[in-house]
Design a binder for this molecule. Structure first.
Ligand code: MRU
Length: 355
């Protein structure tokens, strides 16, 4: 495997010279490859195929996709320009259904475009405004993660061993990360911590991405198969858990990578605090659990590892990408505005009141 010097200065996704540049995460950890897109359809395909993944990174990519669409539009008047943007919004929105940050990023651009369009701006002015807004969404993501890290680090102590599931790190955001941002901030405060990362089958975001990130930051990390969660908790090899989220309801129901519910249930069984770290853009204050669509992904993710087949071709596969962790299993939700504690309906409402 080629040695990659550092990842801390890496940006998962960025806007450069009117193009979208992102790390191709399907190639990690073996190769660090950047891909460049000039067409929003390519960005949509990148989201669909996990070239870029992780809720905040998808939200930023969606906004950048609309910025590309604004440049691609050949419209001669504002009305047709907005119609072109709406076509692009729909295509980007339909790529992945569970992470609410995608809708949030797209809505931010569309709301701005619709508002400014009514103020007699030219198409060129609107393009500039859209590009600037998408760049701001990306920059804000980093500040938000830093703030979350600051609040979250207070919950962790010297000598903690912290379990995390999937990848909620720099690679799931623009930089720094949510759950891994909290871990980075804890370490930066001089606390000597260790991390246990689950492999996170079937796509292996834990082994491929989380381990890659933490090793390059010099953070002590051990990799476990998903099946060893119970063992490590029962044998006191871990004393806290922190994960990210793709969507959080006003009731505190958390949607995150498949397997999170198992980790949370096992943590409850062993009296281990289970924390979730996510920005306010991950909260869906309108939906109820029955409204949330869980993405089902293709069976070949499960019947093989990489190119290697590990199951007979004709087996029926159930491959949900996310699951729901109920609020009673959660000790706290770390945001950029502070930590919400149970009862969540009240504490989450407060976070938004102070926003
Ligand atoms: O399918 P993925 O890799 O996009 O799923 C990612 C996760 O579930 C992350 O835990 C979540 O998006 C939080 S990322 C800060």
């Amino acid at each position: 495997m080629e040695e990659i010097k550092t990842h801390s200065s890496l940006r998962t996704v960025k806007w450069k010279d009117n193009k979208v540049v992102m790390i191709d995460q399907t190639k990690l950890p073996n190769e660090l490859v950047y891909v460049t897109y000039t067409d929003y359809n390519e960005v949509a395909q990148a989201i669909r195929t996990l070239v870029v993944r992780g809720a905040p990174a998808i939200g930023v990519s969606g906004a950048f996709g609309l910025a590309l669409a604004s440049l691609q539009s050949k419209a001669a008047d504002i009305k047709s320009f907005l119609a072109d943007l709406e076509t692009a919004r729909k295509i980007l929105f339909e790529t992945r259904p569970t992470a609410i940050n995608l809708k949030w990023g797209l809505d931010r651009i569309m709301n701005l475009a619709n508002k400014k369009a009514s103020e007699n701006v030219t198409i060129e002015q609107l393009q500039t405004l859209i590009i600037d807004e998408s760049k701001k969404i990306a920059e804000d993501d980093i500040t938000t993660n830093r703030s979350m890290g600051n609040f979250g680090s207070e919950l962790f102590s010297d000598k903690d061993t912290i379990m995390t599931h999937c990848n909620a790190g720099a690679l799931a955001t623009v930089a720094y990360g949510t759950a891994l941002g909290v871990i980075r901030a804890t370490k930066d405060k001089g606390k000597n911590i260790k991390v246990i990362a689950t492999e996170t089958r079937p796509v292996q975001q834990g082994s491929r991405l989380t381990v890659f990130e933490l090793k390059h930051d010099g953070i002590d990390v051990s990799l476990i198969p998903d099946t060893a969660v119970g063992y490590t908790m029962a044998n006191k090899l871990v004393n806290k858990v922190v994960v990210g989220a793709d969507r959080i309801l006003r009731t505190g129901h958390v949607y995150n990578k498949i397997g999170t519910y198992q980790v949370a249930t096992m943590a409850k069984q062993h009296g281990i605090p289970f924390y979730v770290a996510a920005p306010l853009s991950t909260f869906d204050m309108q939906s109820n659990p029955e409204d949330v669509v869980i993405e089902m992904r293709k069976g070949t993710e499960v019947t093989g590892i990489g190119d290697k087949k590990t199951a007979p071709d004709d087996v029926n596969v159930i491959n949900p990408a996310f699951d729901m962790t109920p609020p009673e299993l959660i000790s706290g939700i770390i945001t950029e505005k502070g930590v919400a504690k149970p009862p969540f309906e009240e504490s989450i409402k407060k976070l938004f009141e102070n926003n």
